[in-house]
Structure formats: structure tokens, C-alpha cells
Design a protein around this ligand. Structure first.
Ligand code: GLN
Length: 248
């Protein structure tokens, strides 16, 4: 079975509501990078009331205002088991800000409304008066320097069993106003506060999810390389440098 005859399925959750700060670009970047690696990929947009797809290789979802999160929460909890099983089965997933918050144990909005989350991440989020806004530079042992943009009132507190995506914040806030951590990773499910879309400035994250999906499908590790990607990432590096300098 050749990897290049397979078709990989990217699932984007709640495209209609969870789509702020260009986060829907993450699924587009995944598809484009997979095509540059000569892989076939398609994107399914899942929205409220849709039938949850059975064949899923990568899941992505973006951020949204409190009101958007309240709009989707009932439907999200109705597909909780699908998403928990995918996470437990180490399916690669990336959820940003508002959806990151809803993948935790609970989320309390700026008006004090408390809703259950999916409980995939050992974390909870409570909105605070101070909004955490601006560019972020965070250092991750696993993924190196991560750059992006944040805008959230929710502050996420990681539980004892949780592993942050980035252990040290160089600039900005990340999870909350004091811990100096950013995001979370559980098996192959990543939560992050970085908008942008995050994959545009952090191709290592995109390639991590792609490699997880390909390895999971093929049953063995595959080293993906392509000159076009190498050229593209040289340009990305320049954008990252600008992003980092802007923040000093
Ligand atoms: N509404 C949530 C908050 O303000 C998430 C915002 C977002 O996704 N950028 O914390």
C-alpha cells in the first residue's frame, strides 16, 4: 500500500463559529503542505447538526468569542465521545484558544456562565477582566520557538497531569497571566492560544500533525521531505524573524 495513493481526511470543527484571527487557515495549510509532500488530502467542515465523519486523520478547530462558544457547546458535547476516542487513539488534533478552552474540564465565560468541557485536557479556564492580547514568543522543548498572536479573556490553569506545549514564555502571556506556559499537549492533541493561523508561522507544528497522521495510517514512521517545502520554510523563517523582532 503506497502512501501516495492514500487520501488523508482533515476535519475542521465548527468552521461557521470557531474561525477568528484566520484560524481556518490551519486546515488549508495542512492540506497544502501534504500536497507539497505529494500526499492527497481533503478537508471536511463539521458544523452544528452535521453527521460526525467516521474516517478522520487530523482534527483542527479555531478560536471564537464567548458567544460563539456558547452557540456550539451543546452540539460539541453531543460529539464528545467521538472526539475523546480520537484523542485517546492518538489522532493528531490542534485546537486554538476558544476550542482549546472547551477541550478542558470546564470554561467560565466573562459573564460568569460555567459550561462543561470535553475533559480531554486536564485543565480549566476562567475568564478574567484583563484580556491577554498581543504577540507571543514561547519556547517549547518539543517544537522549538513558537510565535503567534493571542487575544483572550479566559485564563487556562493546567492540572497536575497536564503537559504544556511550551514551558517558557519569552513574550506575551500564553495560558494565563502568571504561569509563563503556553498551550497544552495530551498524546497527539495540541491546544494553543496562538492565532495567526498558528501553522503559518510554525510549520514544525503542522508537520508534526502530518507525520502523526501518516505514521498512524501506514503503521510505520515516514520521513516527509520535499524541496518545495524547504524553499517555502525559508520564507516562513523570514516571517518568524519579523514576528520576533516586532515584539521586542
Ligand atoms: N472567547 C474566549 C476568550 O475570550 C476565546 C477567545 C478566542 O478564541 N480568541 O477567552
Amino acid at each position: 500500500m503506497s502512501i501516495f495513493t492514500q487520501e488523508f481526511n482533515i476535519l475542521e470543527l465548527y468552521t461557521d463559529q470557531m474561525n477568528i484571527y484566520a484560524d481556518t487557515g490551519n486546515s488549508t495549510i495542512l492540506k497544502k503542505r501534504m500536497e507539497l509532500y505529494s500526499l492527497k488530502a481533503n478537508i471536511t467542515h463539521y458544523n452544528i447538526g452535521d453527521v460526525f465523519p467516521t474516517k478522520v486523520d487530523i482534527v483542527v478547530s479555531g478560536g471564537g468569542q464567548d458567544s460563539s462558544q456558547m452557540e456550539i457547546i451543546e452540539d460539541l458535547l453531543s460529539v464528545k465521545n467521538h472526539l475523546k476516542l480520537l484523542a485517546l487513539d492518538s489522532t493528531p488534533m490542534l485546537v486554538v484558544c476558544g476550542m482549546y478552552q472547551l477541550f478542558g474540564n470546564y470554561f467560565q465565560t466573562s459573564t460568569g456562565k460555567k459550561v462543561d468541557g470535553l475533559g480531554i485536557f486536564d485543565a480549566y479556564t476562567i475568564a478574567q477582566d484583563k484580556r491577554l492580547i498581543g504577540n507571543v514568543v514561547a519556547n517549547s522543548e518539543a517544537f522549538g520557538k513558537l510565535v503567534g498572536y493571542e487575544n483572550h479573556s479566559g485564563q487556562t490553569i493546567l492540572g497536575q497531569r497536564a503537559t504544556p506545549l511550551a514551558e517558557q514564555i519569552e513574550l506575551g502571556f500564553g495560558n494565563d497571566a502568571s504561569s509563563k506556559t503556553e498551550g497544552i499537549i495530551y498524546k497527539n492533541t495540541i491546544g494553543t492560544y496562538l492565532h495567526g493561523p498558528v501553522f503559518a508561522k510554525n510549520p514544525k507544528l503542522a508537520d508534526y500533525l502530518i507525520n502523526c497522521a501518516v505514521t498512524k495510517r501506514m503503521g510505520y514512521e515516514v520521513q516527509l521531505t520535499d524541496d518545495r517545502i524547504t524553499k517555502l520554510d525559508k520564507i516562513v523563517e523570514k516571517a518568524r524573524k519579523v514576528a520576533e523582532q516586532l515584539q521586542q
